[in-house]
Design a protein around this ligand. Structure first.
Ligand SMILES: [Zn+2]
Length: 252
């Protein structure tokens, strides 16, 4: 049952603005702690959602290897079951695999039980392939709910949002996406080599898959990365996985 159905309409309406803010704003802590930045301006965390995707993920892994970059892949459980080799290949390459639910529902409309099952399904899929439970979770569509924080805590996972989400799920030319990813370089140029500059760095949310089906087209994401990866490297940015985002090394 959807728990929102049992809330009186007036109360629901009154709480709507606050709840919408808490459910979607990447930095909002209303529904439990979230990680939206790395702890140092030089650390850029590349994250990819909605895979694995046979049409894109292999090319993306190749591209990341070319620039010696490690990233975090928030996989959909059902796709991980269908493409186990891609998940294993990514993990073997030093990338980190995170949980993006089993079927990619909007968790804002899921009750506690359904939320728990969605998280457990994806964790099981990852654990069967890698013999380790994921430590990082990204909510589909960025939506959270009042019970998500407690369920994540029980599963030993931290909630990860982003500092930049350029919208690469849209069908747009690579040039459009390249432009939308510019803030990372602008911030790096402004803060990287100046004492007392911004201490936090970016968590970039991109997509190597399409949550609704396998083999979605994300060629423009590859092209935009082909453009930016060497430039980010030359600016002095370090590519970190979620395990390296918070200073002290976190055991995988
Ligand atoms: Zn997603």
């Amino acid at each position: 049952m959807n728990p929102w159905l049992s809330v009186p309409p007036a109360l629901l309406a009154g709480a709507a603005a606050m709840t919408a803010y808490g459910a979607t704003y990447p930095r909002s802590q209303l529904f439990g702690p979230v990680i939206s930045h790395s702890d140092a301006a030089r650390k850029l965390a590349l994250t990819f959602d909605d895979g694995p995707n046979p049409a894109i993920t292999p090319k993306l892994l190749e591209l990341l290897t070319k620039y010696n970059a490690r990233a975090t892949f928030f996989v959909v459980g059902k796709f991980a079951r269908q493409c186990p080799g891609l998940v294993k290949e990514a993990a073997a390459g030093g990338h980190v695999i995170g949980n993006h639910t089993e079927t990619h529902p909007n968790l804002f409309f899921c009750g506690a039980q359904e939320t728990r099952e969605e998280l457990r399904g994806c964790t099981d899929a990852i654990e069967q392939l890698l013999w380790a439970k994921p430590r990082w979770f990204r909510p589909p569509f960025g939506f959270r709910s009042p019970w998500l924080g407690e369920i994540l805590h029980q599963h030993g996972m931290a909630n990860v949002t982003w500092s930049l989400i350029p919208g690469d799920w849209r069908s747009k030319p690579a040039g459009w996406l390249i432009d939308r990813m510019k803030p990372i370089a602008v911030r790096a140029q402004a803060h990287l080599h100046k004492p007392g500059g911004a201490v936090s760095g970016d968590i970039l949310c991109l997509h190597d898959g399409d949550y609704s089906r396998l083999n979605g087209d994300r060629e423009h994401t590859l092209k935009a990365l082909e453009y930016w990866l060497p430039r980010w490297r030359d600016l002095g940015l370090e590519f970190v996985t979620m395990n390296g985002v918070m200073g002290k090394a976190v055991a995988a």
